[in-house]
Design a protein around this ligand. Structure first.
Ligand code: HPA
Length: 267
């Protein structure tokens, strides 16, 4: 109980620091930009304030390559939006409470809608590299949870159906898929990918599921979008690399930015 209160306290402190630094008392919407999504931020808009995560309580700097480690406040339409440029992962050695500190801070800063983005390997036949896919559901294979205690959070429609419809209004070519979240940092073996396919996963990655759970615990709506940066292990004979993930993000940035901006304008 004490630990829970302490973490809650850090999110409150972080939200207060963001409100002070940005001069914006409440950000109703937050976007977490993961691997491959950093450049899309420029299309969303010019930040009115940028704060290094290392200067906000509880954050620290992300170590994953290609994660900028900055928090931007950007006005879209009339609404201030928090852009969290990079995230912390279990594979960096962080506890779940640290991994979800970003979204708990966003909730404490007033967010009722959270957009979670990531890079993923495509498992389902027909997915193409460079394609954004709406997350329709997830399979949490990390063995971890950000929730402490007997708090039985409902995850039916965890990935908000109305927000997915909204995204499809902007880009009718978007498909949906089930995201399997693993801890990494090693990529999967071809045998693991065959198993994931069998249990119903369309996409695989190393983030996002714990953040979605924390958002639902806090009552915020969640929209998730994966950028397929590679086909998963064994789907082709190719080897996988993080450089490829970043390169695909670079190539897809204009499309991803336009999609995010379109969604944000309609919220
Ligand atoms: N596996 C796990 N995580 C990933 C992948 C992958 O193939 N691509 C991007 N993130």
């Amino acid at each position: 109980m004490l630990a829970e209160k302490a973490m809650g306290g850090v999110s409150e402190l972080a939200a207060t620091a963001i409100a002070e630094r940005t001069g914006v008392p409440q950000h109703r919407v937050a976007v977490v930009l993961g691997s491959g999504w950093q450049e899309a931020a420029a299309v969303i808009g010019e930040p009115s304030t940028s704060i290094p995560m290392s200067e906000v309580p509880g954050f620290g700097s992300p170590t994953a390559q290609g994660h900028q480690g900055t928090i931007h406040s950007v006005t879209v339409g009339d609404s201030p939006v928090l852009l969290l440029m990079g995230r912390q992962h279990l594979y960096e050695g962080h506890e779940p409470s640290k991994v979800v500190h970003n979204v708990r801070t966003a909730l404490a800063a007033g967010a009722r809608t959270v957009l979670l983005t990531n890079a993923a390997g495509g498992i389902r036949d027909g997915l193409s590299v460079g394609e954004p896919v709406l997350i329709s559901d997830h399979i949490n294979l990390t063995g971890r949870t950000p929730i402490e205690g007997a708090n039985f959070v409902d995850l039916v429609d965890a990935w908000d159906p109305e927000l997915r419809s909204l995204a499809r209004e902007i880009d009718p070519s978007l498909t949906e898929g089930v995201y399997a979240g693993l801890t990494g940092p090693q990529y999967e073996t071809p045998a693991e990918i065959r198993m994931l396919r069998t249990i119903g996963a369309d996409l695989v990655g190393m983030s996002t599921v714990l953040e979605a759970i924390a958002c639902r615990e806090g009552g915020a709506k969640v929209l998730g979008i994966s950028l397929v940066t590679n086909l998963a292990a064994g789907v082709t004979g190719q080897h996988l690399s993080h450089a490829e993930v970043l390169a695909e993000g670079h190539a897809a940035a204009p499309r991803l930015g336009k999609l995010l901006r379109g969604v944000l304008e309609r919220l």
